[in-house]
Structure formats: structure tokens, C-alpha cells
Design a protein around this ligand. Structure first.
Ligand code: HEC
Length: 251
């Protein structure tokens, strides 16, 4: 709640109290309704929506250099495009894992102290206690590489070398029984790995396409907008209670 809105809310309460007092004392008091409406309109009326500030308005910052952009553009997609040179084996990964990962994820990837489990859980996703691990949940080995490379170890992301990330990925895949112990992870082998849950995702969004452009200026008055349906009424949002819904195209 914004400060002015809480003041407005307080004013309503105060107004009600004053009104009650006045009624008891028999003295007429001007209704605060008109004032409330004025505050409300000022906050939520058409005048509230201002166009975005022009670029450069604050006169701060500089255009990033290609090298700076490259430092952030590290995403590796499912296809594995952009995976760097290098390689690693499960045996190499075991050593790196023991000193950098096991303290949180457990020696066998079983999870520890509330940190996520990375191994096991295949077949549990449809149960009442789904274990979303690398083995049970992740659809691609390439994005496991991406995730470790961008986010792990938790306390020091971006400190692992590509070879180390390849070795860790190989080790996690091996612990999950997806590749054999002699597997060498690299830019060619990772995209070829078929993960157990590869076909378990809905890739086509069943929700209807809407073509409304976002309103930035001269927008409709919120007071006149009527909500005619919502995601829940179209059976697109899982309920929080009762049986788990399956996504269905809206009618
Ligand atoms: C300090 C504790 C810690 C350490 C050390 C650590 N992790 Fe993690 N890891 C986490 C946490 C916390 C998450 C969940 C992060 C989130 O969901 O945003 C996570 C998530 C992950 C996931 C994704 C799990 C999933 O299925 O969602 C993988 C894979 C992973 N870590 C691998 C590693 C590897 C490999 C290392 C060693 C290089 C490592 N982690 C070291 C705490 C840690």
C-alpha cells in the first residue's frame, strides 16, 4: 500500500469516527467521501499513467562494450550451441565434486541440510512427493552444464573452468545412471545425451494468444474495466487444493 493510499485509508477511518462523533453531538460534518474520491482519482485516474522517461533521462551509465556483453551472454540453450572447447570425465568430476559441492548436495547427491537433491527420484514426478533432480526432472544435459557454469558453487559462481564444469556434469549424469563411468563430456557428447524426463515437458503453451498491446499512455480508466474471465476459470492454473489439474487448452 502506498503511503498516500494508507493516508487516504486512515482518512476514511478518521472520517467515519468524526462522522459518528458528529452524529452523536448532533453537529453536521461534511462527508469525506468527495475528498477520498479526489485522492483516489489522483492516484488511479487517467492522469496517473505517465509515459516512460526518455532514454538517457537520468544521464547515467554508458553503452556496454561487446566484451562486457559477452561476459554476461553465457546462456547455453538445449541444443548446446555455444558450449566451449574442453572436456571432462566422471572420474575427474568426482574429485571436484567432493571438494566443491558435496558439503551442500551430499556425497551421493542425496541433498543435505536443506540443499537440493541432485540424484535419484526418477519416476517420482507424478507422485505426491516429487523429487526434482538432475536425473528425474532436467530435460537436457546441456542446460545442466549451463546451470553449473552460471550458478555453482553457490557461494562462488563463475569460478569453475569449462573443463571442470564438463567433469561435474559427467559426474552428475553418471551418479544418476544416465551415462557410463567412462563417459567424456564435451560440446559434442552432451547434446546427444537423452535425459529420462526429456519428453515430460509441455513445450506448446496451450493458453490462448492475446494480441493486446501494453498501454503506456492515455490508458483506459481502471474503474471502467470489466474482468470477464481469468486463468482459473479456463482451467489453466493448477488449484492449490484438491486433485492436481492437468493443463488443458482453454475453451
Ligand atoms: C553452499 C551450498 C552449495 C554448494 C557448495 C553447491 N550448491 Fe548447488 N545448489 C545450492 C542451492 C541453494 C541450489 C538451489 C538454488 C536455486 O534454486 O536457486 C543449488 C542447485 C544446484 C543444482 C540445480 C538443482 C535442481 O535440480 O534444481 C545443481 C545441478 C547444482 N546445484 C550443482 C552443484 C554443483 C555441481 C556444485 C559444485 C560445483 C554445487 N552445486 C555446489 C547450494 C549449493
Amino acid at each position: 500500500m502506498s503511503r498516500s493510499r494508507s493516508i487516504a485509508a486512515a482518512a476514511v477511518v478518521l472520517g467515519a469516527l468524526l462522522g459518528a462523533r458528529a452524529a452523536m453531538a448532533g453537529t453536521p460534518v461534511a462527508s469525506t467521501q468527495a475528498q477520498d474520491r479526489a485522492v483516489w482519482n489522483a492516484e488511479g485516474g487517467a492522469g496517473h499513467y505517465k509515459p516512460a522517461k526518455p532514454v538517457g533521462y537520468y544521464a547515467i551509465g554508458t553503452t556496454p562494450t561487446p566484451a562486457e556483453i559477452a561476459g554476461w551472454t553465457i546462456a547455453i540453450p538445449p541444443s548446446g550451441a555455444g558450449l566451449p572447447a574442453g572436456q571432462g570425465t566422471a572420474a575427474q568430476g568426482e574429485t571436484i565434486y567432493a571438494s566443491n559441492c558435496a558439503m551442500c548436495h551430499g556425497t551421493f547427491g542425496q541433498g543435505k541440510n536443506g540443499y537440493p537433491q541432485l540424484v535419484g527420484g526418477v519416476g517420482s514426478l507424478a507422485s505426491s512427493a516429487p523429487a526434482k533432480t538432475v536425473g528425474s526432472y532436467w530435460p537436457y544435459a546441456t542446460t545442466v552444464w549451463d546451470y553449473i557454469n552460471r550458478a555453482m558453487p553457490f557461494y562462488a559462481p563463475h569460478t569453475l573452468k569449462p573443463d571442470q564444469v564438463y567433469a561435474l556434469t559427467a559426474y552428475l549424469l553418471n551418479m544418476n545412471g544416465i551415462v557410463h563411468s567412462g563417459f567424456v563430456a564435451d560440446a559434442t557428447t552432451l547434446p546427444a545425451v537423452k535425459m529420462p524426463n526429456r519428453d515430460g515437458f509441455i513445450w506448446k503453451d496451450p493458453r490462448p494468444v492475446t494480441h493486446n498491446a501494453a498501454c503506456m499512455t492515455q490508458c483506459a480508466n481502471p474503474v471502467t474495466i470489466k474482468i470477464t474471465s481469468n486463468a482459473a476459470s479456463m482451467n489453466l492454473t493448477p488449484r492449490l487444493t484438491g486433485p492436481v489439474d492437468h493443463m488443458k487448452p482453454g475453451k
